[in-house]
Design a binder for this molecule. Structure first.
Ligand code: GLP
Length: 263
């Protein structure tokens, strides 16, 4: 596990974008797992800048988004599909055929739909680099506490806490979805490399539980302890409750010196 501590959200976004860009340059046909949420906005902004100013080319990149609200179609302003267009896809050259986002408007055979989403990831050869945010309750994707650590893409009922956290994005009086389609923890753990971004004091407990707590379905991000190639990029406030900060700093220095390709 690598922990990169940055002073603020802006620097978290810039560092994440640098790592994504270097993965794209190393393999122009890289398969990216993408996340939404306010924490990721700066990363997408910086990737758009790199595309415009430094010709970062996404024309062969494949993308798979983590999750989507059930009941929202891709043109609903609060859908994750809309978020992705607004912050990323409408500004870069990922071909539309290479973009995969769970369809929140499906009705009926959810199991079959979710199995097909998993199948499309497998057929593409798996995800090379998965981006994650984290919920206040330690969720990744929409894998709420008590999600099976072996779970695959499926429907998930959102906790009250998550519904309240996401309330701010919806218009007053507008109904907030109770369910989502999300990649599972098992799906996420199969990515070859994982980057988790976190910012702000409201994420400090989740980050310390995820990194220094026991592996438990009660904090689904703690399952990342089972993955061999995870990098956390967190700002000072989100990392404030970590006990081993000095050690993580030394690990990072040594990694830069001895195995810079991991950066
Ligand atoms: C939602 C998403 C998560 C994301 C989380 C945090 O719950 N499903 O993938 O990590 O929001 O969002 P924010 O970055 O806005 O705090």
């Amino acid at each position: 596990m690598l922990l990169v501590l940055k002073p603020d959200l802006e620097e978290v976004g810039r560092e994440a974008a640098r790592m994504v860009a270097s993965a794209v340059r190393r393999n122009p046909a890289v398969r990216l797992g993408l996340a939404t949420g306010s924490t990721t906005v700066g990363m997408y902004q910086e990737l758009v800048r790199l595309h415009r100013q430094e010709a970062l080319d996404f024309s062969r990149v494949l993308t798979f988004n983590l999750d989507e609200y059930l009941g929202l179609s891709a043109d609903h302003p609060q859908s994750f599909a809309y978020f992705m267009r607004q912050h990323f896809f409408s500004h870069v050259n990922v071909p539309p055929a290479n973009i995969h986002i769970p369809d929140g408007s499906i009705k009926g055979d959810y199991r079959q739909y979710c199995a097909a989403y998993e199948q499309s990831i497998r057929e593409a050869g798996g995800i090379d680099l998965q981006i994650l945010g984290i919920g206040r309750n330690g969720h990744i994707g929409f894998n709420e506490p008590t999600s099976s650590l072996g779970s695959r893409t499926r429907l998930k009922v959102l906790t009250q806490e998550t519904i309240e956290d996401n309330h701010k994005f919806f218009a007053p009086g507008e109904e907030i979805p109770q369910c989502a389609i999300t990649m599972g923890i098992g799906t996420i753990l199969q990515a070859r490399r994982i980057l988790l971004l976190a910012s702000g004091a409201s994420k400090a407990t989740a980050i310390s539980n995820a990194i220094e707590g026991p592996v438990t379905a009660s904090v689904t991000a703690s399952a990342l302890q089972l993955h061999p190639e995870v990098t956390f990029i967190v700002d000072r406030d989100a990392g404030a409750q970590l006990k081993q900060q000095a050690y993580y700093r030394r690990v990072l220095e040594m990694t830069v010196a001895l195995t810079p390709e991991r950066m």
